[in-house]
Design a protein around this ligand. Structure first.
Ligand SMILES: NC(=O)c1ccc[n+]([C@@H]2O[C@H](COP(=O)([O-])OP(=O)(O)OC[C@H]3O[C@@H](n4cnc5c(N)ncnc54)[C@H](OP(=O)(O)O)[C@@H]3O)[C@@H](O)[C@H]2O)c1
Length: 260
């Protein structure tokens, strides 16, 4: 009999007994990550704005509970951490995955859109990490931040999205050093173009979404966009309690796009 991924020889999940918060768990990479963690034994608190999207994720595994919230609102980060601790008494892992993209050429820059993007992609994961920190310290836990290939590669026409992900990558390195003495590991995953709701959520018309997807697939050396499950697998590897000496790293998983 073959052992399922992230289980030991006795079938024990590698995240057995551990508690994870996954933001943006109602779709795409976050949904795939929540399900993969739950299958590997974790109890998962899935966060996002749409209750019905989170419920659809939770319906796929009994180890997933949901906490609908807009992470940009002032009290949300503390309430998310409190909800996980109220349910299970601990936090071992924070996956800062919720994020948005925005096409915004320099000439069209608007303060409100810049602020909105940074509120979600930079401020919210920072405040959530701060709220979870006392619990992560106690468990010598881990943070996985989700960046993008474009966190370290220029993206004309979407500079503020790329800059917000560059911020995520540098926060990762700074927090890794800051928290290393306490045994809390911090790493980032930088996916390339992956099937999800991200382009539609950015408000782009379907024809534009289709065109972008075709162009991206042509640019990627492995010849296609990624699937959320292919990205989620690497979130789990960075978070793996056995990866005890890995911190401050940004891993690009993008079918080779970064090499072009
Ligand atoms: N797909 C790609 O090509 C790609 C490439 C590189 C990096 N990424 C990054 O991967 C991460 C996941 O994106 P995805 O591709 O899986 O896209 P997605 O399907 O659009 O997922 C984003 C998730 O974030 C949640 N979210 C958005 N605004 C929120 C808010 N204010 N409060 C709480 N939750 C919020 C959304 O749920 P609600 O709308 O219900 O709130 C959604 O479930 C993002 O950080 C993205 O930048 C994606």
């Amino acid at each position: 009999m073959t052992t399922p991924p992230y289980h030991d020889q006795r079938g024990q999940g590698l995240f057995g007994g551990r508690v994870a918060i996954v933001t943006g768990a109602g779709s795409g990479i976050g949904r795939a990550t929540a399900i993969a963690l739950a299958r590997a034994g974790a109890r998962v608190l899935g966060v996002g704005r749409r209750p019905e999207a989170l419920q659809a994720t939770a319906a796929q595994h009994p180890g997933i509970e949901i906490h609908p919230a807009d992470l940009r609102s002032a009290h949300a980060p503390a309430e998310v951490a409190e909800a996980a601790v109220a349910a299970w008494g601990r936090i071992d892992l924070l996956v800062n995955n919720a994020g948005a993209t925005a096409m915004m050429p320099l000439a069209d820059t608007e303060a409100a859109r810049v602020n909105d993007l940074f509120a979600l992609n930079v401020t919210a994961p920072s405040l959530l990490a701060a709220a979870a920190l006392p619990h992560l310290r106690r468990r010598r836990g881990a943070i996985v931040n989700v960046s993008s290939t474009y966190g370290h590669r220029p993206l004309p026409g979407a500079a503020h999205y790329a800059a917000s992900k560059a911020a995520v990558e540098h926060l990762t390195r700074c927090w890794a050093l800051e928290l290393a003495p306490e045994g809390v590991r911090v790493n980032a995953l930088a996916p390339g173009p992956t099937e999800s709701e991200a382009l539609s959520a950015a408000g782009l018309p379907e024809a534009t979404v289709r065109r972008i997807k075709e162009t991206e697939a042509r640019q990627i050396p492995l010849g296609r966009r990624g699937e959320p499950e292919e990205v989620a697998a690497w979130v789990l590897r960075l978070a793996d309690p056995g990866a005890t000496w890995l911190t401050g790293q940004v891993l690009t998983v993008d079918g080779g796009l970064d090499l072009t």
